[in-house]
Design a protein around this ligand. Sequence first.
Ligand code: NAD
Length: 498
Amino acid sequence: MPYQGPHDIDPAVRAFLKRDPALFIEGAWRASSDGEQFAVFDPATGKELAKAVEASEGDVDAAVQSAHQAFVDGRWRLLRPADREKVLLKLADLLENRAEAFAQLETLEQGKSIHIARMIEVGASVDWIRYAAGLATKLSGRTFDVSLPGGPSHWTAYTRREPVGVVGGIAPWNFPLMIALWKVLPALASGCSIVLKPSEVTPLTALWLAETALEAGVPAGVFNVVTGGGAVAGRALTSHRLVAKLSFTGSTATGKAIGHAAIDGMKHFTLELGGKNPALVLKDADVAKVIPGLMAGGFLNGGQVCAAASRVFVEAPLYDDLVAGLEQALLGLSVGSGLDPQAQVNPLVSADHQAKVQAYVADARAQGVELRGQIAVPDEGYFVSPALVLNPSEETKLTREEVFGPILNITKVADAEEGLARANDTRLGLAASLWTQDIGAAMDLTRRIEAGTVWVNSHVFIDPNMPFGGFKESGLGRDFGVNWLDGYTEEKSVCIAH
Ligand code: NAD
């Protein structure tokens, strides 16, 4: 039943929160080997929600050994692709049937609006699962004509796509369930096993997902979850000799460390990293559409979205109208817990992240930068008011660094060329948007903007069939799309003389 009020928590969520903290290894709950635990907090109250296991190196080894054994004996890898597809489709059905419980648990640990949890964290995840399930039956190779001695009729050459082995998946805290699935799905669809390490800030839904996957028919050991921080559990996973591929989503700084670890161990890797994403608003844009578009693009999930708009460059004639419209929209927002269906501004994920975002705002204020649109937020919980930051200088920290909060820079530019130059003046290149009704300008600028995804007249919409990933320091590799499994498979050439 959909959540109606603060006392209306789904009984399955209550029961899950009462369980003893454990890892999920070899299809079973496993207590910590050395008793280490950490607390998970409810961002709306700052109170402890649950405890989770701080996995030791030995725990991570047990999880990887389990995944490795499952891979070697072929309990998943050697199923017919149609059977892997069927199991993943069952997982989608189970998640869909339990959507409300998963959405509530996600809101409780992450803080996000229950609407976003239902629509994106769970709703979109179900679409992603079904999309990836279909890829399981689409793995294929190519045949080649070769110019070897004896002529073409004496040779047959082709490639096969084979699963790489054990995948180490490492996920961030902003969309814990959905991004966990972005690791799990290509691994499972291609026949790999996976050890997933969710963020230590939001470990709960990933654990529940693994149990649900077992119920759907993913064999024990194929999908294990270890919880804990980067320093021990994360490092143990990235350096484990039996992990063949690292799939990481998180900050650029951590991504670089993981890239180094991957090269040291000669592992495949995919890095989905941070963004400092521009939105370029041309003077012919329809402001009435840009305002809601940038409210979603900049403030969805409290701006804790890798692809969120964070730097708006607007041609001078539209500047005043855009600032006034966005300010009015922000001032009308209501604040509260993510579980409150009326609340539009919800807490950020953690006390640390709240302090980090507040420090960026304080730095801008200290430099005399004008802030608009701020509203009162409660002292209890990890709330930060949204804000517009008007024309910050290049020296202001929030101009150059990823804030990952509800803070939107708006800078007036003389023309599209200045806007484009400033939009591209960043070491990151994850996503960008252009707002214009001029098709010629849009076609020209979409080519020249340095970002992995460019939206025109929208921002932040992603789709399982649309490749996603970063230019520059926003990452390496692409997720999603029909070639998603390439990163989880080896391409083997077979050459037969006959
Ligand atoms: P983070 O880099 O701090 O942590 C991400 C994960 O890495 C966590 O699970 C953490 O425990 C682990 N980790 C940390 N140090 C590690 C180490 N040395 N070895 C192995 N694992 C380690 O990121 P975060 O704060 O959780 O998430 C926010 C960041 O994620 C933002 O920069 C955001 O832009 C990025 N992000 C990117 C995408 C994308 O698709 N490009 C999507 C969502 C979030």
